[in-house]
Design a protein around this ligand. Structure first.
Ligand code: ATP
Ligand code: MG
Length: 630
C-alpha cells in the first residue's frame, strides 16, 4: 500500500512532503479510494469565515469504499466481532459480506419509511452491531446521522433532537450494562414529550416491555422484513454532511460538530492504518462507545475503510469482574487495544490480580485517547498489559479534528510517557502565546493551534456557523484554536498540558493541570486526581487538588503531606498544592473525562454557578465534594 509509513525516516520524509505540497500529498492518498467522479480541485480554504472544502465536486459514497471497493478480496473476513455484556451470551461475527447485506437491507428499510438524503437521523442505541449498521445505512442513503450516547438523559437527548431537527430516531427497547438492564426506548419517549420526530425504529435487544406509539414507532425486525439485499448507494458530494456529533461537554454546552464525507473518509482510514500499523487479519478493539467521536472514527469508519476486523463490546470494564477487558482480549486474541486513561486508572486501582492467568500474548499495540495519560498509568499499561513489548500510541485529537492529530506511529516513533509525540503527516501544528505570536523552535509552551487545513476537520457547528467561527477561528487570526495547552520539548516532542482554560498561574509561573496531576499520581496510594486553580491573595492563583486515595493504613494528614512533598520533588516547590481534598470520586463526563470547570467553581466557592451539568455522569459526586470542601 502506497500510503503506508514503515520507518521513522519514511515518516519524516512524508511529513515534509505533506507540508511542502499538501494538495499533491492528499490527492495521492485519496487516489486509492473509489470516487464516482474525481475532484476538480483538492482544497479551497479560508480560516476567517471559516470555509474549508476538500476534494471539491468529487462524487462518492463512503459505504462503497467499505464494501463494493473491497468485497471481492475481503468479503469473507470478519468485519465486526461483537462481545455481549454477559460473557455467557454468544458472540456474533459479521463478515464484510454479511455486514454489507445488513446495511443494504436497512438502507432499503429507512427509505421505506420515507427517510432520504439530507434528513437528520438520531441514533440512540447500545453497543450492538446494529448500531454500526444504522450509521452505515444512513451514510449509504445520504441521511446525516447524529449518534447520541445511550446513557444520556431524556432532556439531553431532546436538546439534540431539537438542535439538529431530526426526522427519525433509531433506538432499542433496552440496554444491558453490567448487572443492569436499562430502558432505552422509555428515555426516547420522555425526550419526545419535549421534541418530535416522524419515525422511531426500535431494535429488540432486551425484550422488555416497550411502549409503541402507533404510526410513529416501528420494530426494527418488522421494517426489515422482506427488504431487498440490493441497494444502490446514493451519490454524494465530497462536501455533503456525513454526520453531526455533539462534543462531550467538558467545557460547557456541547457543540454540534459537522463532518463531511470525502475528507473524513480519507483521513480516518489513513490515520487508522498508520497510527496503529494495522496488519490485515489482526483483531482490533477500541473500547469507546459509538456515541463519541472515537467510536465513529476508530470503531466504525476508519477500521472498516481499512478492511480491518473491529471488535464491539457491549459491556463495561468491571462486569462481571475487573478482569473483563483482559478476558475479552484473551478470548478474541485481540492484537490492537485502544482505550482511555480513565479506564486504565480505574482498572489499575484493582492491582494486578485481575490480570493473573490471562493470556495477553496476542497484543501488539496499545492505544490511549481522551485525556492526558499520566506517567504512572502509562507505565502500568506498558508493563502489565503490554508486558513491556507493546508500543503505546498516546493519540491526541478532538471531536472537531475528526481523526488523530498527534500520535506516535506504533513501533516506529520512539515513545516517551505522557507525550503524544509528533503530528501526523498533513497536520501543521503551531504553538502561540496569549497574543497569538507563533513560538518557534523547541523547548516552548503555549496554546495549541493548527495553521493549515486537514481533510477531516470540522466544517461548521450545526445550525450556528457563527459559533464555529467564534469558538475555533477567532481567538487567533488564520488559525484553528484547539483550546488545549501544549509543550514542545527539546526533542520537538509534543506534550498536552490540559485545557488552556485550566492552566494555573502561580506567582507568574504557568502550569498545566496535567503536569501537576501527573506528579500527584506518582504517589502509590493515589488512584486519580484533578487539579484546579483558585484565587489566592499572594500568589494570584493557588493550587487546589482533589485526590482519590486508597486510605488503608493511612491517615489523611500524613497522606496529604506526602503528596505535597512528592509534587515538590517532581516538579518543584512552586507546584506544591495549597489545598488537597481527599474525595470519594471526581465529576466526569459520560465519556469519562474529568470536568475541571466544576471543580474550579467549587474551589473558588462559586457554588451556585456550576454551569451546564447535563453531561455529568454522576451528579451526586459533586454534592459530596462540596460537603468536604477545604
Ligand atoms: P467539549 O469540547 O464539549 O468541552 P471535549 O473537549 O471533552 O468536550 P472531545 O472532543 O471528546 O470533547 O475531547 C477532546 C479533548 O480531549 C481534547 O481537546 C483534549 O483536551 C482531550 N484529549 C483527547 N485526547 C488526548 C490525549 N491523548 N492527551 C491529552 N488530551 C487529550
Ligand atoms: Mg473540546
Amino acid at each position: 500500500m502506497s500510503d503506508r509509513l514503515h520507518t521513522l525516516s519514511g515518516y519524516l520524509y512524508e511529513y515534509q512532503k505533506s507540508v511542502a505540497q499538501p494538495e499533491e500529498f492528499w490527492a495521492r492518498i485519496a487516489d486509492s479510494f473509489h470516487w464516482r467522479k474525481r475532484w476538480s480541485s483538492v482544497l479551497k480554504w479560508n480560516f476567517e469565515k471559516p470555509d474549508v472544502k476538500w476534494f471539491l465536486n468529487a462524487k462518492l459514497n463512503i459505504t462503497e469504499n467499505i464494501f463494493e471497493r473491497n468485497l471481492y478480496t475481503i468479503g469473507d473476513r470478519p468485519a465486526i466481532i461483537w462481545e455481549p455484556n454477559e460473557p455467557g451470551e454468544a458472540t456474533r461475527t459479521l463478515t464484510y459480506r454479511e455486514l454489507f447485506v445488513e446495511v443494504c437491507r436497512f438502507s432499503n428499510a429507512l427509505k421505506s419509511k420515507g427517510i432520504k438524503k439530507g434528513d437528520r437521523v438520531i441514533i440512540y442505541m447500545p453497543m450492538v452491531p446494529e448500531a454500526a449498521v444504522a450509521m452505515l445505512a444512513c451514510a449509504r442513503i445520504g441521511a446525516i446521522h447524529s449518534v447520541v450516547f445511550a446513557g444520556f438523559s431524556s432532556s439531553s437527548l431532546a436538546d439534540r433532537i431539537i438542535d439538529c431537527e431530526a426526522k427519525a430516531i433509531l433506538t432499542s427497547d433496552g440496554n444491558y450494562r453490567g448487572s443492569k438492564k436499562i430502558g432505552v426506548k422509555s428515555v426516547v419517549d420522555e425526550a419526545l414529550e419535549k421534541s418530535s420526530v416522524e419515525t422511531v425504529i426500535v431494535y429488540k435487544r432486551t425484550g422488555q416491555e416497550t411502549n409503541m406509539v402507533s404510526g410513529r414507532d416501528f420494530w426494527w425486525h418488522e421494517v426489515l422484513a422482506g427488504q431487498s439485499e440490493i441497494h444502490q448507494a446514493e451519490e454524494m458530494d465530497s462536501e455533503d454532511m456525513l454526520f453531526i456529533l455533539y462534543t462531550s461537554g467538558s467545557t460547557g454546552k456541547p457543540k454540534g460538530v459537522v463532518h463531511t464525507i470525502g475528507g473524513y473518509m480519507v483521513y480516518t482510514k489513513y490515520s487508522f492504518d498508520n497510527v496503529f500499523q494495522y496488519s490485515q487479519g489482526d483483531v482490533y478493539w477500541c473500547t469507546a462507545d459509538i456515541g463519541w467521536v472515537t467510536g465513529h472514527s476508530y470503531i466504525v469508519y476508519g477500521p472498516l475503510l481499512a478492511g480491518a476486523t473491529t471488535l464491539m463490546f457491549e459491556g463495561v470494564p468491571t462486569y462481571p469482574s475487573p478482569g473483563r477487558f483482559w478476558e475479552v482480549i484473551e478470548k478474541h486474541q485481540v492484537n490492537v487495544f485502544y482505550t482511555a486513561p480513565t479506564a486504565i486508572r480505574a482498572l489499575q486501582a484493582f492491582g494486578t490480580a485481575p490480570i493473573q492467568g490471562k493470556d495477553l500474548s496476542s497484543l501488539k499495540v496499545l492505544g490511549s485517547v481522551g485525556e492526558p495519560i499520566n506517567e504512572e498509568a502509562w507505565h502500568w499499561y506498558h508493563n502489565h498489559i503490554g508486558q513491556g513489548r507493546c508500543p503505546i500510541v498516546d493519540t491526541w485529537w478532538q471531536t472537531e479534528t475528526g481523526g488523530i492529530m498527534i500520535s506516535p506511529l506504533a513501533g516506529i516513533t520512539p515513545t516517551k510517557p505522557a507525550y503524544a509525540t509528533l503530528p501526523l503527516p498533513g497536520v501543521q501544528l503551531c504553538i502561540v502565546d496569549a497574543e497569538g505570536n507563533e513560538l518557534t523552535g523547541n523547548s516552548v509552551e503555549g496554546n495549541l493551534c493548527i495553521k493549515f487545513p486537514w481533510p477531516s476537520m470540522i466544517r461548521t457547528t450545526y445550525g450556528d456557523h457563527e459559533r464555529c467561527k467564534q469558538t475555533y477561528f477567532s481567538t487567533y487570526k488564520n488559525m484553528y484554536f484547539t483550546g488545549d495547552g501544549v509543550k514542545r520539548d527539546h526533542d520537538g516532542y509534543y506534550r498536552i498540558l490540559g485545557r488552556v482554560d485550566d492552566v494555573i498561574n502561580v506567582s507568574g509561573h504557568r502550569m498545566g493541570t496535567a503536569e501537576v496531576e501527573n506528579a500527584i499520581n506518582e504517589h502509590p496510594k493515589v488512584i486519580e486526581s484533578a487539579v484546579v486553580g483558585y484565587p489566592h491573595e499572594v500568589k494570584g492563583q493557588g493550587i487546589y487538588a482533589y485526590v482519590i486515595c486508597d486510605m488503608t493504613n493511612r491517615t489523611e494528614d500524613n497522606l496529604i503531606n506526602e503528596i505535597k512533598d512528592a509534587v515538590s520533588k517532581i516538579i518543584g516547590p512552586i507546584a506544591k498544592p495549597d489545598k488537597i481534598q481527599i474525595v470519594p470520586g471526581l465529576p466526569k463526563t459520560r465519556s469519562g473525562k474529568i470536568m475541571r470547570r466544576i471543580l474550579r467553581k467549587v474551589a473558588e466557592g462559586s457554588l451556585d454557578s456550576l454551569g451546564d451539568t447535563s453531561t455529568l455522569l454522576d451528579p451526586e459526586v459533586v454534592e459530596k465534594i462540596i460537603a468536604g470542601r477545604k
